[in-house]
Design a protein around this ligand. Structure first.
Ligand SMILES: [Zn+2]
Length: 481
């Protein structure tokens, strides 16, 4: 296949159409991202995050029936079991029988065909790993501990799992700012990952049978323009035919996207803290965003209550207090509140249940609480983005953003209640072999029996007599004169 027809076939995998003269950087822009066989996404939009293949608290049928989720981001590290050298210890996801056009990833987690799947090496947000990345691999946290994911292993996973979009490997430093010496290394390694990855997936030496169908999103590092100049230039020239999008890790990177790459969709992993951050990122030209605070709000019992554009002044009570971005359903003020989470909301939760019920479910630690909150919060975010797109189209995005900032509090209210039991991947790790965070819920039965037998001698049992009871302090014999 000639290089021209090759680049044509690569471009056919993913079509990103921008509306208007939107290729210009640093302005909000509207687009449509389409991949054959999948629901197309209108951008700007958000990509819901998964944990081990599902959106937390949402079973697949709930997701299908009660949300309008059309895309998912999935971290490969969730599916890898530690070492993969001996064949028999390979992770089960690699053993899914598939036809060449099928995705083992989709089959393994039983997702419908029209859902757009984006695969990255690490979950989002990633947990900092004590071992560091190497020139040929990155450190990951699997369900059984830390390990290294080799670049070649990642390419193999992409081939086998066949996601719709894959985020290229990047040498990122999680949880701290990289030092001056580390930065050039980050660029060199990421550059090498991108060259090797795209070459092995789509290069001219790759036979048609093993050429990947996944669209490649090349990472842009959270560094200055000048620090990654050579890499960016290579993305514009030699690597350009293989790249279908860009993955960015901080909003500032939006301003260093070279003009020649301006028509590519930009997926942002910046971990916005509030909807204000999201609006700022959209205003700088982000197309797809990941929003860790979405599931986090549900986990902490918060119902998102903001709307874009913000309600007009006429609808608001005459007070100077800004509106809260969310409401804490743990608060005892909801004990008897039979209003829906948000009055005008049309989500499943608000149509069928009220605040008092969700407050009760939370205090009873009933899992349904988090499911109902997750449905409402995703619906709120769907609406938020739909209205952002409408605002851009109407040309009122900037003024709407300004009034949103004036109407709503700058931050979420502090969380007060407990969330569901935390899992390892939600907590920063201090190092390998750290102590258990929770006492084991179950012990060995024979161990318990042994303990019981030991304590028998000092215990009062049902077959004991009145003297035995007195001896153990259970009762006193009353002597009748
Ligand atoms: Zn709702």
């Amino acid at each position: 296949m000639g290089s021209e027809s090759l680049s044509q076939s690569l471009n056919e995998m993913l079509k990103f159409t921008l509306l208007g003269s939107a290729a210009s950087v640093l302005a909000p822009r509207l687009g449509t991202l389409a991949i054959a066989g999948r629901k197309s996404l209108s951008t700007p939009h958000y990509v819901p995050l998964t944990s081990r293949g599902m959106v937390p608290h949402l079973a697949h049928d709930v997701m299908r029936d009660s949300t309008s989720i059309g895309s998912l981001f999935i971290g490969l590290e969730d599916f890898i079991e530690k070492e993969q050298q001996p064949k028999k210890s390979r992770s089960p996801i690699y053993s899914v029988p598939t036809e060449s056009h099928e995705s083992a990833l989709r089959k393994f987690i039983c997702l419908p065909d029209d859902l757009l799947l984006i695969l990255g090496a690490r979950r989002e947000p990633p947990i900092a790993c004590p071992p560091s990345n190497t020139p040929t691999s990155i450190a990951i946290l699997t369900s059984v501990g830390f390990t290294q994911l080799e670049g070649a292993q990642y390419v193999e996973a992409i081939r086998k799992l066949n996601p719709d979009i894959v985020v290229g490997l990047a040498d990122l430093v999680v949880g701290q700012n990289p030092g001056v010496k580390r930065r050039p290394k980050m660029v060199d390694r990421t550059h090498a990952f991108t060259i090797r990855g795209t070459d092995e997936l789509y290069g001219p030496d790759t036979s048609a049978e093993i050429r990947s169908n996944a669209a490649y999103f090349a990472p842009i590092l959270p560094l200055e323009n000048t620090e990654q100049q050579i890499y960016l230039e290579d993305l514009e020239s030699d690597l350009r035919p293989f790249i279908s999008g860009l993955a960015l890790y901080e909003p500032a990177s939006l301003s260093i996207v070279p003009e020649a790459l301006g028509d590519l969709p930009r997926l942002l992993f910046s971990g916005p803290n509030t909807p204000h951050d999201i609006l700022r990122e959209v205003s700088l030209g982000a197309d797809l965003l990941t929003i860790p605070f979405l599931s986090l709000s549900s986990d902490t019992g918060m119902a998102l209550t903001f709307a874009f554009p913000s309600p007009s002044n006429a609808d608001l009570k005459p007070s100077s207090e800004p509106l809260p971005l969310a409401e804490d359903l743990w608060s005892s003020s909801y004990t008897t509140d039979t209003a829906p989470l948000v009055k005008s909301c049309t989500c499943y939760t608000c149509r069928n249940h009220h605040r008092a019920y969700i407050h009760h479910l939370l205090t009873a630690k009933e899992m349904l609480a988090w499911t109902l909150l997750q449905i409402h919060n995703h619906h709120t975010m769907d609406l938020f983005f739909a209205n952002i797109r409408e605002g851009i189209q109407r040309g009122t995005f900037d003024t709407d953003t300004q009034s949103f900032q004036q109407t709503y509090a700058p931050d979420f209210p502090p969380a007060t209640g407990e969330g569901p039991r935390l899992r390892g991947y939600k907590l920063p790790a201090s190092g390998p072999f750290q102590q258990r965070r929770y006492p084991p819920a179950y012990g060995k039965l024979d161990l318990a029996a042994e303990k019981f037998a030991e304590s028998q001698s000092s215990l009062a049992t049902p077959d004991t007599g009145a003297e035995g009871l007195e001896e153990h302090g259970f009762a006193e014999k009353v002597r009748i004169e």
